[in-house]
Design a protein around this ligand. Sequence first.
Ligand SMILES: Cc1cc2nc3c(=O)[nH]c(=O)nc-3n(C[C@H](O)[C@H](O)[C@H](O)COP(=O)(O)OP(=O)(O)OC[C@H]3O[C@@H](n4cnc5c(N)ncnc54)[C@H](O)[C@@H]3O)c2cc1C
Ligand SMILES: NC(=O)c1ccc[n+]([C@@H]2O[C@H](COP(=O)([O-])OP(=O)(O)OC[C@H]3O[C@@H](n4cnc5c(N)ncnc54)[C@H](O)[C@@H]3O)[C@@H](O)[C@H]2O)c1
Length: 448
Amino acid sequence: MDVVVLGLGPGGENAAGLLADAGLRVVAVEARLVGGECPYFACVPTKMMARAADLVADVGRARDLAGDAEVRPDWTRVAARIRDDATHDWNDQAAVDRLTGRGVRLVRGEGVITGEREVRVGDQVFRAARGILINTGTAPLVPPIEGLAGTPFWTNRDVVRAATVPETLLVLGGGVVGVETAQVFARFGTRVTIIEGGPRLVAREEPEAGDLLGKVFEREGIDVRTGTRVEGVEHDGAFTLRTTHGEVRGDRLLVATGRRPNLKGIGLPAVGLDEGARALEVDGAMRAGDGLWAIGDITGKGAFTHVSMYQSTIAVRDILGEKGPLASYRAVPRVTFTDPEIGVVGLTEREARDQELPVRIGKTDLAESTRGWIHGPGGDGFIKLVQHAEWGTLVGATVMGPMGGEVLGALAVAVHAEVPVDTLRTMIYAYPTLHRAIESALADLEST
Ligand SMILES: Cc1cc2nc3c(=O)[nH]c(=O)nc-3n(C[C@H](O)[C@H](O)[C@H](O)COP(=O)(O)OP(=O)(O)OC[C@H]3O[C@@H](n4cnc5c(N)ncnc54)[C@H](O)[C@@H]3O)c2cc1C
Ligand SMILES: NC(=O)c1ccc[n+]([C@@H]2O[C@H](COP(=O)([O-])OP(=O)(O)OC[C@H]3O[C@@H](n4cnc5c(N)ncnc54)[C@H](O)[C@@H]3O)[C@@H](O)[C@H]2O)c1
């Protein structure tokens, strides 16, 4: 055996296939489903939910702009699409066949590192001449709130399996998972309350994004309680949360308070690494030690499928002894798939200021752009640019608005390729597109 891939998230699956294509003997160890969280419990099914919820909202908007239309939201269609098209009833046979078809040996079970270049799965021991690639990902983090353990609360893994929508849903945590899920269920008729400990939703993003999302949610009837902490949970058929601002009841409770890395119990001490760490430290070639590589959420470089995939190609190159660019996280994009979408690349203003970069900020309101105005209801949003005042390039950008994640593409190129702002100013932006508003945000940079 040449390589053992421990855990098959999107990056691990990709790496196992590429290494086998290159002629290496690969054992891939997976405890649950080949492909990991993304295709079965995260990105894909939740974006199918968002697509359906956006259609419901758009039909409502048609009344103002096009004529009477009615949609009777029917969750069974969403649930069926997720079950049948997205996850094949949470069956990974197609992915298994693809992988084994490329020559990878798949071993089902919990793998444990037992020493340098050695992994045990049950009573089988695999020695890997080149080494081990770890891609064990994350699991939902459940906070130690009195009474919570033992209640039938939901995590993202239950949400995507929901056959019906509850009448009322309590969402603990107003981060990405919380807000994406809250809006979907609200649009399908559930009364949703979000309880967030911090001062605003999507705390990692620009404050303007959290504030605008809060306004949109209020308009849609979602009860957002920021600055509120849950002190106790009871379940008597429905949930009662005791919070710092009184009690709140709901039929279901989604715990969306972050993720914990799957590092405990995978044998890291056997190779001198700390299994209690928040992330596995890796260098630019994804090396975590001698004959040891790590990719994905466990590296703490951004818990996104595209990061896991990006890192996998770098690790594969290094395992094969090929030269190539080392990992750079300067222009990592991310999108929160609410409506409006929040697309972000690089640094937020606060992150840039915390790094003591000389920053210049440019902003524009999307609803006031020509396309935003034509769009009408649902056209809320903004573009915010973070420029390095000395380098004259953008170090970060946010596009919040309809298809914000798609409009972001232009700015992701600018941050990644370090396109001078002066060059961006000479570009011709098609009229009347949403991305044309970039020009207004660039003009605003000049005035700061
Ligand atoms: C609700 C939700 C929505 C999301 N939406 C998006 C999105 O839209 N876009 C995006 O880019 N990202 C999204 N993410 C994040 C994305 O799911 C992860 O970043 C992505 O799955 C990459 O994770 P990973 O490669 O670290 O491994 P994971 O996908 O976490 O997979 C790790 C695998 O390792 C296995 N494993 C763990 N320990 C062992 C062991 N000891 N032995 C054998 N196998 C083991 C697990 O069973 C699992 O299959 C979302 C996350 C959530 C929770
Ligand atoms: N569209 C996407 O790309 C996408 C979608 C979902 C998840 N993800 C990935 O998954 C990660 C995890 O998402 P998440 O939403 O679970 O975590 P998160 O860290 O984004 O948000 C968790 C939120 O819960 C709050 N919180 C924590 N403990 C609390 C408590 N006891 N009471 C009240 N509030 C509490 C935090 O203040 C925070 O706002 C994301 O950071 C992202 O990398 C990506």
